[in-house]
Design a protein around this ligand. Structure first.
Ligand code: FMN
Length: 156
């Protein structure tokens, strides 16, 4: 059984709904999932090395940027070995803004440059997830599981 880390930031609960849908889905499929949320849990970048794969959720903040609570984590990532580690990125954003969901791009590129194996799809949801979005969340979690078990190649 693989060990997955669900790590996410959510200010008003939209990204959290996505995270919960993935966690429930994975646990229903007997996957071992540890959940940590920025602002509530102690998060150290070194912890990433202890998991077989990471689901990373982030909403987009002013100017298309990362939320404040994710900034230290972002800066400290240089010191961690995530080469060949499977990652998937998701989060809620608001299409009202020109820089729609760009925090996902920022994190995706950061993980990828450090050698992580990315699920190619970045799953951005416009504000609160609907039923279809929640289904996509489950599919993203499945794609991460497949990457972990080596059933999917990272072909873009
Ligand atoms: C002050 C402020 C600035 C925001 N800036 C952006 C932005 O630049 N781009 C974007 O896509 N969404 C932006 N958003 C929208 C949030 O990402 C969106 O509300 C999201 O659903 C929040 O997710 P959460 O419920 O997980 O916290 C902004 C929201 C607020 C309140």
């Amino acid at each position: 059984m693989s060990k997955i880390l669900m790590l996410y930031a959510s200010a008003t609960g939209n990204t959290e709904l996505m995270a919960k849908a993935m966690v429930n889905h994975l646990r229903n499929n007997n996957q071992d999932v540890v959940v940590k949320m920025f602002d509530y849990d102690e998060i150290e970048v070194e912890q990433l090395e202890n998991y077989d794969g990471i689901l990373f959720g982030v909403y987009t903040w002013v100017g298309g940027d990362l939320p404040f609570e994710v900034e230290d984590f972002y800066d400290e990532l240089d010191g961690v070995n995530i080469k060949r580690k499977p990652f998937a990125v998701f989060g809620s954003a608001d299409s009202f803004y020109d820089e729609y969901g760009t925090a996902l791009d920022i994190m995706y590129e950061r993980f990828e440059k450090l050698g992580a194996v990315m699920v190619p799809e970045k799953l951005v949801v416009d504000l609160g997830p609907n039923q279809e979005d929640l289904k996509k969340c489950e599919q993203l979690a499945d794609r991460l599981s497949m990457l972990i078990s080596g059933k999917e190649l990272n072909v873009k």
